[in-house]
Design a binder for this molecule. Structure first.
Ligand code: UDP
Ligand code: MG
Length: 318
């Protein structure tokens, strides 16, 4: 019997959990040919979330939990979940039922057809403000440009991953995680499933704009070092201005026979030294960028198949 693991990060979700258990039970009854493991990653909840999960576990041993020492954020909860589950397929899901569990039926169907990464794509975003819709749209645009690779739009973390994708994700151990772009980075055979995103069933969203902006910056900086190159680019027009002004002043001095004035000398000096400084920043940035890329210790590539054998990415991670 194949085993499906569902990872659910939870942070102050006591109000959503009863609804969630019910919907999950229905789902598991519909998929009786599979073994299930539901791992709740309790991300430092301050309410009764953990107690409710523990109670449920006493009635249903398919439920397990991992309890963090504090709030680490959803991204870290997800990788921790991956480190602990053992299923042949792994599903990420939110606790607030914005990701309808019934969609997992489709996920599993496509997985059985041979897809490695089946993800849910939102058709609509009920119950979200215009501002949030707009910012998320712009963000995908920028991320896509900067990352230089296809990033699935309107896609959250709700998805099914084959075991080998889960193992591949476990190899990306950087601490500032942008899991969304990692799903693109690992590649493999992807399949999208369209759905309507519901409003959360109870409780409040755990995101605020500060968290969202942090996530957005992590997303961009974890993919490229191009912001660091900015200094190099800025130094170029500075030097051009220096050159042009220098020629102008010298020409005036010799052609019109007008002595160089103090303010002109000052402008020249300012342009010269600021140009050099920005250039040096740029050089520092380039080196910093290289160090940054190297210290991530990402694997350089991932193998899909070798002589007809699927690569399972099964190395132990220390
Ligand atoms: N979550 C978490 N840690 C956090 C914030 C959120 O584990 O610091 C969980 C939360 O319990 C939920 C999921 O991540 O299961 C998505 O959070 P939320 O619904 O608040 O985000 P939104 O749907 O508004 O993007
Ligand atoms: Mg939500």
């Amino acid at each position: 019997m194949k085993k499906i693991s569902i990872i659910i990060p939870v942070y102050n979700e006591e109000e959503s959990l009863p609804f969630l258990f019910e919907r999950l039970n229905n789902l598991m009854n519909q998929l009786e040919n599979y073994e299930f493991e539901i791992l709740f990653v309790n991300d430092g909840s301050k309410d009764n979330t953990l107690e409710i999960i523990k109670q449920q576990r006493q009635m249903d041993n398919r439920i397990s939990y991992l309890d963090f020492s504090r709030n680490f954020g959803k991204e870290i909860a997800m990788i921790a979940g991956l480190d602990y589950v053992t299923g042949d397929a792994v599903i990420f899901m939110d606790a607030d039922l914005q990701d309808p569990p019934e969609l997992i039926l489709d996920f599993v169907k496509y997985w059985e057809e041979g897809y490695d990464d089946v993800y849910a794509k939102r058709r609509s975003r009920k119950g979200e403000t215009f501002l949030k819709k707009f910012t998320s749209k712009m963000y995908y645009k920028v991320l896509q440009k900067v990352a230089g690779m296809e990033i699935q739009k309107d896609t959250g973390d709700f998805r099914l991953l084959d075991r080998r994708c889960a193992n591949a994700l476990r190899k990306l151990r950087e601490s500032q995680r942008c899991t969304k772009s990692m799903f693109s980075w690992i590649g493999y055979k992807k399949k999208e499933v369209l759905y309507d995103r519901d409003p959360r069933v109870a409780g409040k969203t755990k995101w605020n704009y500060k968290k969202l902006i942090d996530l957005a910056i992590d997303g961009i900086t974890s993919f490229t070092t191009s912001p660091l190159r900015l200094a190099t680019y800025i130094s170029i027009p500075t030097f051009i201005m220096l050159g042009v002004y220098f020629i102008y002043v010298i020409a005036k001095c010799f052609v019109v026979n007008m002595p160089i004035q103090a303010f002109q000398a000052i402008i020249l000096l300012i342009l010269f030294f600021s140009g050099i400084q920005i250039l040096l920043f740029g050089i520092l940035g380039e080196y910093l960028g290289r160090i940054f890329v190297e210290t991530k210790h990402r694997p350089l590539y991932l193998v899909n198949e070798y002589n007809g054998q699927k690569e399972e990415n099964e190395e132990k991670i220390q």
